[in-house]
Design a protein around this ligand. Structure first.
Ligand code: ADP
Ligand code: MG
Length: 723
């Protein structure tokens, strides 16, 4: 580190921030402003033993020059101007830079040891106060020395003073920096001055040449190198507000490039997929799917008919389907999946249905078995908890092709599971699966050189902007209306103090033969969070509801125990089910009429919507009670109110996106690191539309440039975008 530190004998190392003694001080202004790279070597690569700051940089992901070039300032300091001391008063509470001669420097011992420097310029005088200082400093700042000082001015007992300003010894002709000084996000182990130099030199080295052909960048946006140069070192006159709100053309250019890279990556993924071969599964009149339709106790809704047709059209093609089926909770996605499965099986192939939890897989299994076995379909059931002989038998059935419908958890994509003729993979609640898992399922057919069709299902609707960006490589089918005959769910928001009334209401429901869910956020008492645990609530409800069976279901139970409890609830033997969020998705118990969510304020809106969707699945009038523990913040109240105001999943998803950003929707996709760092889908839809329009044209006319654009932004991570 010592080798990299600026040779700055006039630097007061006070107080040292780390072993290197580097401080946020001198030398930097001149070097960065002149654009002269002050850092001699590539910081993270060149050396064998990384120093502390280098390790800290690596930890922040700042490895390549381009990473550093894209590490943008949080804010800027204006060191381009000097303020006369006499005028500095006006700037109180804001850092100012002054320059003056030392009158004297002395060490005071009262009220505590400190170094006090008296500094004067032509029109005024100022005290600099240092509680920590280096013994050499009083000498370095001897009377007559010219100091350039930056800090917050305050009015002390003896007039204006600065406590621990940044100090630099200068000559009368030492130039002021020509650009604003960037302040970067950093960590305790990474001094700002070090990072600043690392960024400045990386920026000079990074390959930022224009990749895009002339005319393709939206009018008025600068080149990428110019844009970054400006964002790191804005000229003094730059309107800082436009940098802060990211509306400045330099910001727009950065966002545009990022969005474009994302669009191209997904285009490429789409084209590569289109080039793959998949079994063409044409529906047969009077075949299995038709017979299943005929056997259903109800008719498909128009929305279901539409998505069934969309999926059938995909399956009939000899290239792999890559489709997301979205529909609100209770919209009836399962039967759509079953019809797709029937089409595949009817054509002599296998279908795999994968769910994120055993409970969900089990739900699917029962329903699909109930629908398809009477029609002669042989099913297999694969989960992690099934071991030994039973598992062996299932594996054999899958490998021999004897079982044509395979339902289970991710256990079905583990080693040792071999499909004889997998043609269709259906993944429920796809956002819960890791990208790698989904890739693994797709590769199951590699041996046969045919890709399976992939149908993903989600009850969390993807807002339009997300569908256009992160999920641009997906075709989307939407079930936009619920089956008829549902009674709307009434949602009430209560403070926890009204528990007794809620318990009384539960007693009523149970007396009428209805069933109730009670959801708690945590399994065990945590020291940090004052949450009632499921076990305590279970005991409380059991005591309050004599004669009613109260069950308990939580994440730490063995899978078999969970399944047993769930089976009892489904069968109606358990009247009240106290559960952690393991029941969050997909469980279907039409007799359940009341959902109580404890500590509702701790859940995301999408999660609450999922939970609420567990009731109102039959004809019985249903209610959802959201209990919160006061005090609740204004946004907290607004969020729960939103739940009471609407049962529309799309509206809730839209509000959730606005409140919490895209993370919830992306789930495992985040691990692909393809998250947009600069573009913001709430505000940048115009840029997104432009990028979306340009991507296919660029790929057609300048394929190399298009691929280089993806490599620049996502490096080796683009593969994950395809999943
Ligand atoms: P989800 O989309 O949440 O997975 P399900 O597939 O579990 O929803 O369906 C919810 C309930 O609606 C189930 O009980 C299912 O049998 C029923 N259902 C599905 N489609 C229809 C329909 N067209 N008419 C009546 N009930 C239906
Ligand atoms: Mg479902």
């Amino acid at each position: 580190m010592a080798a990299d530190a600026p040779a700055a004998p006039d630097t007061p190392p006070a107080p040292p921030r780390d072993a290197s003694g580097d401080t946020d001080a001198p030398g930097r202004a001149a070097s960065t402003a002149s654009g002269r790279p002050a850092m001699p070597a590539a910081p993270a690569v060149a050396r064998q033993a990384a120093s502390g700051p280098q390790r800290a940089m690596a930890k922040l992901g700042l490895l390549r020059d381009i990473d550093l070039a894209l590490h943008l300032p949080l804010r800027y300091e204006d060191e381009t101007r000097l303020t006369p001391i006499a005028q500095a008063r006006a700037h109180a509470a804001e850092a100012v830079q002054v320059q003056g001669k030392v009158r004297d420097a002395r060490i005071d011992l009262h009220p505590r040891r400190q170094l006090i420097v008296r500094l004067a310029d032509a029109g005024g005088e100022l005290l600099l106060r240092f509680l920590h200082f280096h013994p050499a400093q009083p000498k370095q700042w001897a009377p007559g020395r010219l100091l350039r000082v930056r800090g917050e001015l305050r009015h002390g007992f003896f007039g204006p003073e600065m406590v621990h300003p940044t100090v630099r010894v200068v000559d009368a002709d030492t130039p002021l920096p020509a650009a604003l000084t960037p302040v970067y996000p950093t960590s305790a182990q990474l001094p700002q001055a070090y990072l600043r130099k690392a960024v400045a030199s990386a920026l000079a080295r990074a390959p930022l040449h224009e990749l895009l052909p002339p005319g393709s960048v939206p009018l008025g946006l600068p080149g990428l190198r110019d844009a970054l140069q400006l964002l790191h070192h804005p000229a003094p006159g730059t309107a800082l507000a436009t940098l802060e709100d990211r509306s400045h053309p330099a910001w727009q250019r950065l966002k545009f490039d990022e969005l474009l890279a994302q669009q191209i990556a997904q285009r490429i993924a789409r084209e590569e997929r289109a080039a793959l071969a998949a079994p063409a599964l044409a529906p047969r009149a009077g075949g299995l799917a038709d017979r299943l339709r005929g056997a259903l106790p109800w008719a498909l809704t128009p929305a279901q008919q539409r998505v069934v047709a969309e999926i059938a059209a995909d399956l009939a093609r000899a290239r792999p389907m890559h489709r997301l089926l979205q529909g609100d909770v209770g919209a009836g996605k399962t039967v759509v999946a079953a019809l797709a499965a029937a089409t595949a099986i009817d054509a002599g192939w296998q279908c795999a249905v994968m769910a994120p939890t055993e409970i969900l897989a089990e739900q699917h299994f029962r329903k699909l078995v109930q629908w398809l076995e009477p029609l002669g379909v042989t099913t297999a059931w694969l989960t992690g908890s099934r071991r030994g002989k039973g598992r062996r038998a299932m594996l054999d059935a899958v490998e021999s092709g004897a079982a044509s419908l395979v339902v289970g958890t991710q256990a079905m994509i583990q080693e040792g599971v071999i499909f004889a003729r997998l043609a269709l993979a259906i993944v429920d609640e796809q956002h819960r699966f890791g990208v790698a898992q989904r890739l693994a399922l797709r590769r199951k057919l590699d041996a046969q050189a045919l890709e399976p069709h992939l149908l993903m299902m989600s009850a969390t609707p993807i807002p339009r902007t997300l569908a256009m960006s992160y999920f641009a490589d997906l075709d989307v089918s939407t079930i936009d209306a619920l089956p008829p005959g549902r009674t709307p769910i009434l949602t009430k928001v209560f403070a926890d103090g009204r528990r007794p009334q809620v318990v009384a209401r539960i007693a009523d429901e149970v007396a009428q033969g209805k069933q109730v869910y009670w959801v708690c956020p945590l399994v065990e008492e945590s020291e940090a969070l004052d949450l009632k645990n499921a076990t305590a609530t279970h005991a409380e409800l059991a005591a309050a509801l004599p004669g009613a069976e109260v069950g308990l279901l939580h994440g730490r139970m063995a899978a078999a125990d969970k399944a047993a409890v769930m089976a009892h609830f489904v069968a109606g033997q358990i009247a009240v089910l106290v559960a952690t969020t393991v029941i969050e998705v997909g469980v279907d118990v039409p007799n359940a009429s009341l959902m109580v969510v404890e500590h509702a304020e701790r859940f995301g809106l999408a999660q609450l919507h999922q939970l609420r969707g567990r009731v109102g699945r039959g004809a019985v009038a249903s209610a959802c009670v959201l209990l919160y523990t006061p005090p609740l913040s204004e946004t907290g109240k607004a969020r729960l109110r939103a739940m009471a105001e609407t049962t529309d999943g799309f509206e809730i998803a839209r509000r959730d996106l606005a409140i919490r950003g895209p993370g919830e929707f992306l789930g495992a996709r985040q691990s692909g690191d393809a998250l947009l760092r600069f573009a913001d889908l709430q505000h940048d839809d115009a840029l997104l539309a432009t990028a979306r329009e340009l991507a296919p044209r660029l790929l057609a006319t300048h394929p190399e440039a298009a691929r280089a654009q993806v490599a620049r932004w996502f490096g080796g991570k683009a593969e994950f975008l395809k999943a």
